[in-house]
Design a protein around this ligand. Sequence first.
Ligand code: NAP
Length: 305
Amino acid sequence: MSTTWHVLGAGSLGTLWATRLARSGAPVRLILRDTARLQAYEAAGGLTLVEHGETQRFAVPAETPESIEPISRLLVACKAYDAEAAVAKLAPRLAPGTEVILLQNGLGSQDAVAMQVPQARCIFASSTEGAFRDGDWRVVFAGHGFTWLGDTCHPVAPIWLEDLSTAGIPHEWNTEILTRLWRKLALNCAINPLTVLHDCRNGVLQDHHCEVATLCSELTELLERCGQPAAAENLLSEVERVIHATAANYSSMHQDVTSQRRTEISYLLGYACKVAERHQLTLPHLTQLQQRLITRLHSLGLPSD
Ligand code: NAP
């Protein structure tokens, strides 16, 4: 009997994973916030995945955190700022050796979760897949991509990667997952806050070359200081390539701000600034960028943490 995938959070990525796993025949259970959300989900009759214009519904069973069934494999699909508290509630249900897969963007939330569940093996993921909700319990698979997974403590890949292959989830085991997460964080710090401050699509940053280059130089210094030289290699040229390749897109942070949603700033730019401070590294432009972004978020009535 295969191990059940408990999916914590039925938002964009949680639904994308849960529906593909369920479609392939893997046992999946959703863990929803509370009884009210569970009732709303049950009334909707399942999760809907919209892929290539086609709609499919999956009646994935769901429960609340208070359910007592033990958890052996947990996919955490909350936002970075919700992950620690959400997993803490489940800690008593996690047996020794439970595997916890963390899909959060940025850095900081993974360590916070790992502290809550020392009995578990925590696996970090970094994904370029894209999905958004166009209704409650309904997700559009917008951008096909790739997911890298890795464990900073144990290099050996888990057996259940086979489940991902069967479910058609493109992935690779990566023994340098922290490097990948740092690289993605640096790209995010160089692009996303500026798109909010200039209220623009990514491509407009081509007109702000000096500002982008100065940030990349400080981010490179930071990555080298905190033992991530590989994540620092040719950062500016990759940032420029991404800005060019995604010129017509609005960054995820811009989309969050436009929709009046809380951003993940504390796990992206905020995390970079905190680590710089810990290393007693003075990065004036990055610090100023953080201040400007916080001021902008406040002016829009959004949280800055
Ligand atoms: P999302 O659509 O906002 O989904 C988050 C889900 O977590 C929501 O359904 C929310 O429930 C649920 N949740 C929060 N606290 C919970 C709790 N205590 N118990 C149970 N459920 C809880 O977020 P997302 O876009 O999937 O992003 C998740 C993470 O993946 C983020 O770190 C994001 O940066 C990263 N990521 C996303 C994408 C993407 O394309 N979406 C791509 C790459 C990486 P409610 O519905 O009740 O609010």
